[in-house]
Design a protein around this ligand. Structure first.
Ligand code: ADP
Ligand code: G3P
Length: 497
């Protein structure tokens, strides 16, 4: 009997595998971090082999922990850090270069030149995206331009491109399946999200042969099976989605207007906009929420480059805290930040500012600012950045937006959740299962595999953990939001020095 759905969640800093039962309960979890490489300032790379090996390891471990057999797993769903780019040789199965991570800014100057040549608007009209180094297209071009012999091989049809789910599926099927799903395709800056096809004009612009690209499939569909040698017998691979879209699905934001915010390494807010793509005039991007039975649900997204990563910085570089969880206690010891604001523009600023050259600033410091104030300012920076996106969504859609669903590692921080409610004047709801990304991937795979019958079937699982309501005086809110804007100006001003 099929008892489990297995979700593989390939995040930016760690891979995890979770086995879910029919009620959406977690039966086992295994997680491991992998190496982050920073070869130059602003560059970020991962080793694709390490990602695959760690994923295989945590998957086997989770199966073992649950006491499960591969035959009892109805299907596997894969979700992934998006945009991160792998190019490999299909004959040798060797990546020709490390994975270039979504955070990597190496192609920022090239993007700026394209913007000056007038490509920004055209690219947005086709892909829904902001012309930026964040997305895969310029990363692929960089590899073809800089790795010796890569372009010739690509032109001979010997190289393949994939985001992380494509790479994992290719490896798990021993090179039999080279696919992506609608959500991941929509993050490449090569996919026309309105006509649902790879865009030849953009492929020509970036000099990328179409033969490198994976076939685009539904986010919920049986693509094939894992090779038997990995888990003892074959398991169907039945779902794939970028992690932020998977979280939108896992949070059950099935109706237009529903919004989720994930506080992971970065912060990502997505609003379901239904079958209609909404174009933003306020710095958000239009993207694909999911594709099921070739029916596309669109989303409006604001991506914040540094969210939980600011807490890692406090821990690993400043040694102000021992663990991320300490921030809640430390920041609660003071009632405010004593006038301090931190803008963690470590890799520039994403939505809604899109400034690759901004850099972080700590402003408003006085002699009385202590460790607790600084930690509190770091937590506030996550809520302020998410609020900037919420305001942009309000302006773009004309909707009031009175409720947001939160998740992600930092989403467990109660003080942060309360700050979000206060700064955005919004109700914040946190579900009982905060592993919404993995849950979304499990739902997508489980629906395709018949483990669950319908959306109605999975809607029975929703369990709220806690809600947070706005309590801040509106004059204080206004003053704080005004001060934050000034701090952001300081971070942006650094680019002109
Ligand atoms: N209690 C907490 N308070 C604040 N930040 C936290 C807390 N727990 C984890 N984080 C932050 O959340 C991030 C990890 O979240 P996760 O969703 O696992 O990230 P990712 O999927 O991007 O790897 C880390 O950057 C960490 O600093
Ligand atoms: O791995 P996460 O959770 O930080 O998500 C990364 C995003 O998918 C980047 O677009």
């Amino acid at each position: 009997m099929k008892k489990y759905i297995m979700a593989l969640d390939a995040g930016t800093t760690s891979n995890r595998c979770i086995l879910f039962d029919k009620n959406g309960n977690i039966c086992s979890v295994s997680q491991r971090e992998f190496t982050q490489m920073y070869p130059h300032s602003g560059w970020v790379e991962h080793d694709p082999y390490e990602i695959f090996n760690i994923m295989l390891g945590v998957a086997r471990d989770a199966i073992l922990k649950a006491g499960a057999q591969a035959e009892e797993i109805a299907a596997v769903g894969i979700t992934n850090q998006r945009e991160t780019t792998v190019v490999w040789d299909k004959n040798t199965a060797q990546p020709v270069y490390n994975a270039i991570v979504w955070q990597c800014r190496r192609t920022a100057e090239y993007c700026q030149r394209l913007e000056q040549w007038g490509w920004g608007e055209k690219i947005q009209k086709k892909t829904g995206l902001k012309l930026d180094a964040y997305f895969s297209a310029t990363k692929i071009k960089w590899i073809l331009d800089h790795v010796e012999g890569a372009r010739e091989k690509a032109e001979r049809g010997e190289l393949l491109f994939g985001t992380i789910e494509t790479w994992l599926i290719w490896k798990l099927t021993k090179g039999r399946i080279h696919i992506t799903d609608y959500t991941n395709a929509s993050r490449t800056m090569l996919y026309n999200i309105f006509e649902c096809r790879w865009d030849q004009e953009l492929l020509d612009l970036f000099q990328i042969p179409v033969s490198m690209l994976p076939e685009v499939k539904n986010s919920s569909e049986i693509y094939g099976c894992t090779a038997p040698e990995f888990f003892g017998s074959e398991i169907r691979i039945a779902g794939a989605a970028g992690d932020q879209q998977a979280a939108l699905f896992g949070q059950q934001c099935f109706q237009p207007g529903m919004v989720k915010c994930t506080y992971g390494t970065g912060g990502f807010l997505l609003m379901n906009t239904g079958y209609k793509p909404e174009m933003s005039s306020n710095g958000l991007v239009t993207t694909i929420g999911w594709g099921i039975k070739n029916e596309i649900t669109y989303a409006l997204e604001g991506s914040v480059m540094i969210a939980g990563a600011v807490i890692q910085w406090l821990r690993d570089e400043l040694h102000l805290i021992d663990s991320a969880a300490d921030t809640e206690y430390l920041a609660s010891k003071v009632k405010d930040t004593n006038g301090a604001y931190l803008v963690p523009a470590f890799v520039g600023l994403g939505a809604p500012y899109w400034n690759s050259y901004a850099r972080g600033v700590f402003v408003g410091l006085s002699r009385g600012v202590n460790k607790s104030h600084m930690v509190r300012a770091a937590l506030e920076s996550m809520a302020f950045q998410a609020n900037d996106v919420i305001q942009a969504m309000r302006e773009d859609t004309g909707m009031d937006m009175n409720l947001i669903r939160i998740d992600g590692g930092a989403g467990s921080n109660n003080l942060l959740a309360q700050m979000q409610a206060d700064f955005s004047n919004i109700s914040v709801v946190r579900p009982a299962c905060v592993e919404t990304t993995a849950l979304g991937a499990a739902y997508l795979a489980g629906l395709a595999a018949g483990f669950w019958d319908s959306l109605r079937d999975i809607q029975k699982h929703v369990q709220e953990n806690r809600s947070f309501y706005p309590q801040m005086d509106q004059n204080i809110r206004k003053k704080k939001l005004d001060d934050w804007k000034k701090a952001v100006k300081c971070a942006s001003y650094l680019t002109t020095l």
